[in-house]
Design a protein around this ligand. Structure first.
Ligand code: GLY
Length: 506
């Protein structure tokens, strides 16, 4: 009998565990996570496996446990184990692992390294950027920029490392009025970023400044064994906490996909271009490191007027909640797929997806994402039979099972999924269940608008506007070019500045 060990305790991992349990190989399932996810726990027990509470980022602990359990395959869910080299240790122990080597996972771990790679290898869909290793140099550069007219005025400021999806601030600064106020805000955000990054010493860059772009966003996940890259259906995640795309950024409050491989507002041609961008990043990081990329890589993309399909960030794993979209329609046996990837024969496996649309919505305790202290420790009450009766499935996320009670651990505790012929129909089903997961004496947070006709139309309008502009540029041979007119200096090409500060120095 095949034994599989999974890593990570969220809704993404619950959905992965379910997919593994559905395999025709009828595996025994083991799992390691920092808390006891009720759904995964149930799956482990029903297959005769075991649920282990322990560190998911300790390579030695995971590889030793894999050895003593005698597992045939390890599947890594979240990103942090990738950054700590868990896949490296498991492979060193002679066990196949669906998860990337630490060196190649840098495409997610360091947003700065990803940008440098993209510029060094001339991969399209790239943004102007500058990195800073300390608060002083970041402040000096942005202060200087405020006195002249450069792209650095109108920026997105981010932590230079993947840090739980937080800390991204868009500061548009095209007008002369409010210049000082915006500069003050930039300075205080740089301080905030520096504090936020102080917990992460594994990369040197602290702050990333990128040019500001607008457009519809989407995620393209790919399976890869390092030689073949297979794209999955596009997914759109919705990061803001509240309806109408307002409120703080979260890990994702809900996601839509289908029907089919693209989204209603993304064309097949844009899908293909996005796939080529992700393929190029995988090739480039393999050239840089000499290591194969084994597992899942995903491009977080945006269609922009300057570049068309543009790479915003990369994941070295499935997104959460996006994983639930793609796994809901994956037809190929996940273990056949995983072994083919680990053995470098992905090109020999047909990877098939159903054509259905999928909507996923997260339910979180009020307080998430900014006050996790308030969001944790609440008992969860939910009628799971009623969820099923209403046409949805429930996956457990940040919820811990102890002595028969399930309590929140501070984040999205449940994700609800519906699969239907259209996104709107699936969204109606999920909306019919959003009130079912409740917390004893505490309120829940969720988004009603995701997947509705109103929001989908807004996404389509934005996509059409941006598409007209990038197509216009393209028809004039100007796709990707950015020339600024600076008084006293004439025409300048900001790409030269990026090369000088970031690419030629490495
Ligand atoms: N949905 C965002 C993430 O997985 O990072």
């Amino acid at each position: 009998m095949i034994k599989v060990l999974g890593i990570g305790g969220g809704a993404r991992e619950h959905s992965l565990a379910e997919k593994v349990a559905q395999s025709a190989h009828h595996p025994k399932i083991y799992w390691i996570s920092e808390w006891r996810n009720p759904g995964i726990y149930e799956i482990c027990r029903s297959t005769g496996g075991e649920y282990i509470i322990g560190s998911t980022t300790d390579p030695l602990f995971v590889s030793k446990r894999s050895k003593t359990l005698g597992v045939d395959l390890v599947i890594i869910g979240p990103e942090e184990p990738n950054f700590y080299g868990v896949a490296d240790a498991v492979r060193d122990a002679g066990i196949p692992c669906l998860g990337p080597y630490r060196d190649v996972a840098v495409i997610e771990q360091s947003k700065a390294a990803l940008r440098r790679l993209q510029w060094k290898y001339d991969i399209p869909g790239r943004l102007l950027f500058r990195t800073f290793r300390d608060v002083r140099s970041a402040k000096e550069a942005l202060n200087e920029a405020s006195k002249s007219l450069t792209w650095l005025q109108n920026v997105v400021l981010k932590p230079a490392r993947q840090a739980g999806g937080k800390g991204v601030k868009v500061i548009e600064d095209k007008q002369a009025y409010l210049l000082n106020e915006k500069l003050t805000f930039k300075m205080s955000h740089i301080e905030w970023l520096s504090d936020y990054m102080s917990g992460y010493e594994d990369i040197q860059d602290r702050v990333l400044a990128e040019e500001c772009v607008w457009g519809p966003e989407y995620t393209l996940h790919c399976f890869t064994d390092g030689k073949t890259v297979v794209g999955m259906p596009l997914v759109q995640d919705n990061k803001h906490a509240f309806d109408f795309d307002i409120g703080p950024e979260t890990g994702g409050m809900g996601s839509i996909s289908g029907p089919g491989m693209a989204l209603d507002f993304i064309t097949r041609e844009e899908y293909e271009r996005s796939l080529e961008i992700v393929r190029s990043v995988i090739r480039a990081i393999q050239d840089e490191t000499g290591k194969d990329y084994i597992g899942v890589a995903a491009g977080q993309m945006m269609v922009t007027e300057i570049e068309g399909p543009t790479l915003i960030e990369m994941y070295s794993r499935l997104g959460d909640p996006e994983a639930l979209n793609v796994l809901a329609v994956l037809k190929t046996d996940i273990l056949d797929l995983a072994f083919a990837i680990c053995e470098g024969r992905l090109s020999k496996v047909g990877v098939d997806f159903e054509k259905n649309a999928v909507v996923v919505k997260a339910v979180a305790p009020e307080g998430y994402p900014d006050r996790k202290d308030l969001a944790k420790g609440h008992e969860v009450l939910v009628d799971r039979d009623e969820v099923l009766k209403r046409g949805c499935k429930l996956y457990w996320g940040a919820a811990h099972l102890e002595d028969g009670r399930i309590v929140t651990t501070g984040s999205r505790f449940v994700e609800l999924v519906a699969k239907e012929r259209s996104v709107e129909r699936a969204a109606e089903l999920v909306n019919g269940c959003l009130g079912l997961p409740r917390l004893k004496g505490w309120r829940t947070l969720y988004r009603v608008d995701i997947g509705t006709r109103e929001l989908n139309e807004r996404r389509t309008e934005l996509a059409e506007k941006v598409r007209r502009l990038y197509k216009f540029r393209e028809s004039r041979g100007l796709l990707g070019s950015r020339l600024d007119w600076v008084p006293g200096m004439g025409l300048i090409d900001p790409a030269l500045e990026v090369k000088k500060y970031e690419v030629d120095r490495t």
